[in-house]
Design a protein around this ligand. Structure first.
Ligand code: GLC
Length: 648
């Protein structure tokens, strides 16, 4: 509802800051006034009970004004361009890669020359894994940040980052960085001050004198790293308090119940926005609100915090989209796109982690029925939002989809998951995978899976055994997995190294700062000598790179792949085949994937069920055209192969 007093407060604040509300700053002013009452409502919902809530709201307004003042003219004009494009990030022309700068090429400065390699592949969007200051050995791959604004010297300097962003922007490449919202390193200045006894900073965290409340919380809070960091609290000798540490014991959870924490972290978000970040990855948002008697995950207030962030960003630095890294159950994930009045007004992106895990399920079993059972829920994603689609990332693979999805196909959920864990850790006799179990919880028997795309698809074993047919088969699996995630809708995010088939790297076992975390096995150090093979015909690197390149090219060419809620799953005609239709006015692209090790038969009737029946289909992957046959005749898809069939 329109609130006159608020309107006036904003007008006055902007004028006091010498902003030209009728001229240059008019767009900012208009966005501010249009969203002010929602911002106020959300802020009050979270912090209205706070004694200083009114003053703090004024601080929030000032923080937004400062950030907009600090936004340079280039970024402001990009904001306008993106607004005109309307949902710029739904485009089929964006393909991402996620990489560790140091492991990819040493440091930020070296990234510039590597842009040529990335452009050659077709990648035009980079997720640089955390590069801000983080104590070595206790960094969780950079997710334990000790200074949100200082680039860690291992990677270079802030100036290097600014130069790289400029270069990327000139090359029309997008940038993604992380904001690690849920916690800081215990060496962050706030944590150091808290340890020294400053009450103000102790209130930035969850700190307790004794185990009374921690014990109660531990009863309902699951453990994230039960092996390396059991429980959710760590005793700090310096201040003699128990501190909440949901992840590792060196990552202290921030207290978002404290409005000052919210404002400080929002200011850090604006700092990243003003560096030119196009998509901000909000790390672990499911955890940002804690409440006694709950799992302290996915709480309604966590969504309120995200909505408030979204609105503040939309007003202040609107060209930056938000990705919520919530790796949660299918029903929960939808809520991160916003619900009710806030539908499509929370995170612009989420990871399609359920789909990713289901692809791993399908390729192990050769059966796509569980994947299909999950789609009803996945398809609830609102228009205007999108997925990051992927097969592998720096993290483990969790089998977090619902039991009923498994049971619907007649399998026992517990046994099925046990099979998958055995399959991917290489323990099952039928397995070609070389992975490992991650974070085994002895109390619940839960475990996730580590391993690189290539090793999980059988390349490592095939290479060890010098088995040529198996090598070829593993390459087919790799491409099948990638193709499925490239065409299903959303921005594909390749994990660096997967474009050339890096297998597991076991050197992490010799590093004390890493050997407690087997996710490092799938975070390779790039050997550029090996990568040169992309140009040597017939090498594994060449085969995987050139095919990935072709997939990206096809995606860019086929506008029907843009994510406009234009996906229909095909009626299952064969349990081994996953098939979906991407459609737009007068355009149809049938994407079919055979997850089994035998040829799959699909009746031609499958292409006659959706509007005008197809007469001819052109497969963009094999570059061949089919005449659609009678209903009792079949399209045959080779083992672990796929087709991208455009209706002619
Ligand atoms: C996210 C990151 C993961 C990290 C965790 C804690 O899930 O992807 O790597 O360990 O957050 O920050």
């Amino acid at each position: 509802m329109y609130n006159y007093q608020l309107h006036q407060q904003i007008t006055e604040s902007l004028q006091q800051n010498d902003l030209d509300i009728a001229g240059n700053d008019n767009l900012f002013y208009t966005r501010f006034v249009a969203n002010a009452s929602s911002i106020n409502t959300l802020f009050t919902e979270l912090y209205g009970h706070h004694a200083k809530s009114k003053e703090l709201f004024a601080v929030l307004i000032q923080t937004m004004i400062n950030a907009n003042k600090n936004r340079n003219a280039v970024l402001k004009s990009k904001d306008e361009e993106k607004a005109i494009q309307d949902h710029w990030f739904l485009s089929n022309e964006i393909t991402g890669m996620s990489l560790y700068v140091d492991r990819f090429c040493g440091n930020i400065k070296n990234m510039e020359e590597k842009l040529i390699y990335l452009k050659k592949l077709g990648v035009n969007f980079l997720h640089l894994m955390p590069i801000f200051q983080s104590p070595q050995g206790e960094s969780d791959g950079g997710y334990a940040v000790s200074d949100f604004r200082k680039v860690d010297e291992r990677f270079g300097t802030l100036d290097d980052l600014i130069l790289l962003q400029k270069k990327m922007s000139d090359e029309k490449m997008y940038l993604m960085l992380d904001i690690v919202l849920n916690h800081t390193s215990y060496h962050h200045e706030w944590a150091e001050k808290a340890k020294q006894g400053y009450k103000k900073y102790q209130d930035y965290f969850y700190m307790f004198d004794d185990r009374h409340i921690p014990d109660q919380l531990d009863k309902t809070m699951p453990e994230i790293f039960p092996e390396s960091s059991p429980g959710n609290f760590t005793y700090n000798e310096e201040c003699k308090k128990w501190v909440m540490t949901v992840f590792h014991n060196y990552q202290w959870d921030l207290n978002f119940g404290n409005p000052t924490v919210f404002i400080e972290m929002l200011d850090n978000i604006f700092f990243y926005a003003n560096l030119g970040v196009d998509i901000l990855r909000i790390d672990a948002p499911a955890f940002i609100w804690k409440q006694l008697g709950t799992t302290c995950q996915n709480l309604p207030q966590a969504h309120t915090v995200l909505r408030l962030i979204k609105l503040c960003v939309q007003v202040t630095t609107p060209g930056m989209a938000l990705l919520g890294e919530a790796i949660v159950a299918p029903k929960e994930i939808m809520k991160y796109f916003g619900t009710g009045l806030y539908t499509a007004k929370e995170c612009d992106f989420a990871y399609n982690a359920t789909q990713m895990a289901l692809q791993w399920d399908a390729i192990a079993t050769g059966d796509t029925r569980i994947m299909l059972a999950a789609q009803n829920e996945i398809l609830q994603k609102p228009y205007g939002t999108s997925w990051i689609t992927y097969t592998r990332c720096h993290d483990d693979i969790g089998l977090g989809y619902d039991d009923w999805m498994i049971e619907q196909t007649g399998f026992n959920a517990y046994e099925h998951r046990t099979f998958l864990k055995n399959y991917y850790s290489g323990a099952h006799h039928s397995s070609t995978a070389r992975g490992a179990l991650f974070s085994v919880n002895p109390k619940t028997n839960d475990a996730r899976i580590s391993g690189s795309l290539a090793s999980l698809c059988g390349l490592e074993k095939a290479l060890q055994e010098k088995n040529k047919p198996e090598i070829e088969l593993s390459i087919k699996k790799i491409l099948l997995m990638q193709a499925h995630s490239f065409f299903i809708g959303g921005v594909p995010m390749i994990f660096y190294g997967d474009e050339v088939g890096y297998t597991n790297d076991y050197s992490y076992l010799n590093d004390e700062g890493k050997n407690y975390d087997n996710r490092w096995m799938h975070r390779p150090i790039i050997d550029w000598q090996k990568n040169k093979n992309i140009d040597v015909e017939g090498t594994i690197e060449n085969k995987i790179f050139s095919s990935t390149q072709k997939l990206i090219e096809l995606r860019k060419k086929l506008s029907v792949v843009a994510d406009y809620k234009n996906l229909i799953w095909l009626t299952p005609h064969n349990i081994h085949v996953a098939g979906y239709l991407r459609h737009a006015i007068n355009k149809k692209l049938y994407c079919l994937f055979n997850f089994s090790n035998a040829p799959a038969y699909v009746t031609w009737y499958a292409f006659k069920e959706h509007g005008t029946a197809a007469k001819k289909l052109h497969d963009h992957w094999e570059n061949k055209t089919y005449d659609v046959g009678a209903d009792n005749e079949f399209l045959i898809i080779k083992p672990y192969s796929f087709c991208l069939l455009e209706q002619q």
